[in-house]
Design a protein around this ligand. Structure first.
Ligand code: ACO
Length: 460
């Protein structure tokens, strides 16, 4: 069944109201982004003063555009927006994005209510006001005014903050994390987080959904959409502190609500609350690149005893357990360790551990039914080359078909400097999440455990 928001994300006809020849203006950037997108559609600039903009025939009004319009982007000063919106209703436009600011977020609730009144009786779906628009990386369409092209992938991102949304594109690219769609929701007079979660739940290009939220307009609908969604939903809910809640009120004109209630409700709905965006990205990388963990029993492999202890503490603190090794695994690992070291969990391979120790230990833990997920850690101890650590993980991933055969996630941690960085990129590009901190690693593994639990609950 075609989703209601399908024409919003895949419009065949787009008009930009407030398109300008002036390259400094937002209406110019929005038109140009659509024009240079690797996406086929009819594109109409709307500006009462111009004949052509960027080589495209310009129309004075929406009503003069021939045929049906699937999507209109509005970038004119707030005071003109109600008139344009009425034109859109009259023209039976299907979807609108209001980029313009100057509404609820600056206490201009009267003007924002006027917009709500205008759209109330129409079937038109409206995003914003006060938004950047969206980038649909799955099909190559950029319907926003912001610079930045996300890498194509499987994470859908929803942001109530426009600037943070744009920052997320660069953060995702840096982390080799592919995005399916990224969208700003701003003041949410119509299209809301729950609509988007419902859409991304059925979007074949999306595996994981991540949200930056300042306030939820309809708590029940929001939680229901998370509950219904059969994909992981990661939520950064801002305004945890009193001062933070005050700041959300002046940013998007919304009330942050009780922090504890949000935490409990998101958990109950089956979502995962993240402390910040980095945690959301850490978890999203793990969830898109690795299979969920079937339980919370984690095996840790390290070449540094200290790092192993830090990882153990972090795992236990976040709700994972580090069980003792089974006799079979103990014997397997004992064969490869120097005489003075005895196997344990965390498995300390000692500082001179190279390729074969890492490979054999990882293999032994993969075979161990008492282990649900594996963390492979390396500290640049100055004995072995870092390539041996990353090479062993890559070999495991490529040759052993981990996902199908074992259904166990492998994630990694590193402590070192520049010599590691290219190798870390190799792992990230191969879909192996790797983190420079024990806490971040443990939280990513915890997300894989929670996802495993969510799937089990769903199957019941
Ligand atoms: N129909 C079509 N075009 C019109 C109309 C009309 N009825 N009336 C005016 N225009 C044209 C103007 O003539 C102008 O074109 P021109 O350059 O050829 O003269 C164009 O529309 C834009 O109007 P301006 O008055 O020049 O407005 P400007 O572009 O300076 O600002 C804007 C408009 C960008 C919407 C501004 O009011 C605004 O809200 N800025 C903030 C936007 C924002 O940050 N949104 C949140 C994003 S999320 C984030 O934080 C990144």
């Amino acid at each position: 069944m075609v989703h209601e928001l399908d024409t919003f994300f895949k419009p065949k006809t787009i008009a930009v109201v407030g398109a300008s020849r002036d390259s400094r203006k937002i209406g110019h950037a929005a038109l140009k982004n659509i024009l240079i997108s690797d996406y086929q559609c009819k594109l109409y600039p709307i500006n009462p003063k111009e004949e052509t903009i960027l080589g495209l025939k310009c129309y004075k009004k929406i009503s003069q555009v021939p045929g049906q319009i699937d999507l209109v982007l509005i970038s004119v000063p707030a005071i003109i927006v109600p008139t344009i919106l009425k034109d859109c209703v009259e023209k039976k436009v299907q979807n609108v994005i209001i980029i313009s600011s100057g509404f609820g977020e600056v206490d201009n609730h009267e003007l924002e209510n006027e917009l709500k009144e205008i759209i109330k009786k129409s079937k038109m779906r409206v995003l914003g006001p006060n938004v950047m628009g969206y980038k649909n990386a799955s099909i190559g369409l950029d319907a926003s005014f912001a610079y930045g092209t996300p890498r194509k992938g499987n994470v859908a991102l929803i942001s109530q903050s426009g600037a943070l949304g744009i920052g997320m594109i660069y953060l995702a690219n840096n982390e080799y994390m592919g995005v399916s769609k990224i969208i700003g929701v701003g003041n949410k007079i119509d299209i809301d987080d729950d609509d988007l979660i419902d859409y991304f739940a059925q979007d074949p290009d999306t595996k994981v959904i991540g949200l930056y939220v300042e306030a939820v307009k309809n708590g029940r609908k929001f939680m229901n959409s998370i509950k219904k969604c059969d994909k992981p939903v990661l939520v950064v809910k801002a305004g945890r502190s009193k001062a933070g809640a005050r700041a959300t009120a002046s940013h998007t004109g919304s009330m942050a609500g009780s922090n504890e209630i949000y935490t409990a409700a998101i958990k109950q709905a089956g979502g995962i609350r993240c402390r910040d965006l980095v945690e959301l990205f850490d978890m999203a990388k793990a969830l898109t690149g690795q299979p969920p963990a079937q339980g919370n029993k984690i095996g840790i492999i390290t070449n540094g005893g200290g790092l192993g202890i830090l990882l153990t503490d972090a795992c236990e603190e976040t709700g994972l357990t580090i069980p003792k090794l089974s006799t079979k695994t103990y014997k397997e690992i004992d064969k490869i360790l120097p005489d003075l070291i005895k196997p344990n969990n965390p498995v300390d391979l000692s500082a001179d551990a190279g390729f074969f120790r890492y490979e054999l230990a990882t293999s032994a833990l993969l075979e161990d039914p008492n282990i649900d997920g594996i963390i492979v850690a390396s500290v640049h101890g100055g004995y072995a080359r870092p390539e041996e650590f990353t090479g062993a993980i890559l070999k495991m991933i490529r040759e052993r078909k981990l996902h199908e055969a074992y259904k166990k996630p492998i994630i990694a941690t590193w402590v070192g400097g520049r010599e590691y960085e290219d190798l870390v990129i190799d792992l990230k590009a191969a879909g192996v999440p790797i983190y420079p901190s024990s806490w971040r690693t443990a939280r990513a593994m915890f997300a894989l455990y929670l996802e495993g639990e969510r799937i089990k609950r769903e199957k019941k």
